[in-house]
Design a binder for this molecule. Structure first.
Ligand code: MEV
Length: 306
């Protein structure tokens, strides 16, 4: 049996706009998905998980098939079983489906003795995302594969970002499940209805990401907080927030977070709050009091999938 592990993620700045080619900053977090692959007597590909839903397992099945076809692997009279286990909350904006896909691809490639390049792993991960929503930017499979913090641009090269000061993020899950596909489509409808307005928002988002990147590199955490707040304003503007997310975002700021925002596709799922050093416990407990279903202190996962 082979084993692989892949981290989830938080988007620090730039979700949704990244689908349209704008840059985004993304960090891998130490919530992980695990996959175990083995040969079995029963023919075909079999994917099992107690926690991940049937719907999310279908894409995994399809990409494993693609992997076997692309490498001309014949299983003859045996099959492959992949068993998945994940600590990443599902449908919550933390990259669970991409991490599960990447871990499964790696576990199967190890089982077959295939050496895949990072970009091959990512492109299979993107194919899995395409089964879930038609227009993935590729940011989730990319960060899960690389780990650390990245400046990501669709179709472009990734750039590693090295913070000069540690950053403490608190993640709070609203408990509201939502579909990334539906949220991405909703934003797509708005952008086609008002293309010139949307273009202005894209331009602003690009500036926010650039300033946030400089703030991370130069250790200006107050400025990073302001960029998170501006980013959240744009996410509200494009209609991916709701009253519970707004409540969590504002409670975090009221109890001293330097900045807070939705992370991921929105509509539900998680928010992140940037805490002053040593203040994350206090912010986390205020977020629970304000109705968050769960909170996590996000530690950056420096190492990507393996
Ligand atoms: C999902 O983590 C982030 C979105 O920007 C979609 C994508 O980039 O594929 C909403």
């Amino acid at each position: 049996m082979t084993e692989a592990v892949a981290p989830g993620k938080i988007i620090i700045c730039g979700e949704h706009f990244v689908v349209y080619g704008e840059p985004a900053i993304v960090a891998a977090v130490d919530l992980k998905a695990y996959a175990y692959a083995s040969f079995v007597d029963e023919l075909g590909i079999h994917i099992y998980s107690s926690r991940v839903s049937e719907v999310s397992l279908r894409p995994i099945h399809e990409v494993i098939k693609l992997l076997l076809e692309s490498r001309n692997v014949r299983l003859d009279n045996r099959g492959i079983a992949v068993s998945i286990n994940s600590e990443i909350p599902i449908s919550a904006g933390l990259g669970s489906s991409a991490a599960v896909a990447i871990a499964s691809i790696l576990a199967v490639s190890k089982l077959l003795g295939l050496k895949l390049k990072k970009r091959e792993v990512i492109s299979l991960g993107v194919r899995a995302e395409e089964f879930i929503h038609g227009r993935p930017s590729g940011i989730d499979p990319t960060i899960s594969t690389y780990g650390g913090i990245l400046l990501f641009k669709r179709g472009g090269r990734v750039r590693r970002i090295k913070p000069t000061k540690p950053m403490e993020f608190v993640i709070a899950d609203s408990g509201i499940k939502r579909s990334t596909g539906i949220m991405v489509r909703k934003v797509g409808e708005l952008s086609s209805k008002y293309p010139e307005v949307f273009l202005g928002l894209r331009y602003t988002m690009r500036k926010i990401v650039r300033r946030a990147m400089k703030a991370i590199v130069e250790g200006e955490i107050e400025i990073l907080g302001d960029m998170l707040n501006l980013n959240h304003g744009l996410l509200s503007a494009i209609g991916v927030s709701n009253s519970k997310l707004e409540r969590l975002v504002y409670v975090a700021r009221e109890v001293g977070a330097l900045g807070s925002k939705i992370t991921g596709a929105g509509g539900g799922g998680c928010i992140i709050a940037l805490a002053k050093p040593g203040e994350s416990d206090r912010i986390a407990s205020s977020l629970i009091d304000a109705g968050a279903e769960a909170v996590y202190k996000a530690r950056i996962a420096e190492v990507g999938a393996m």
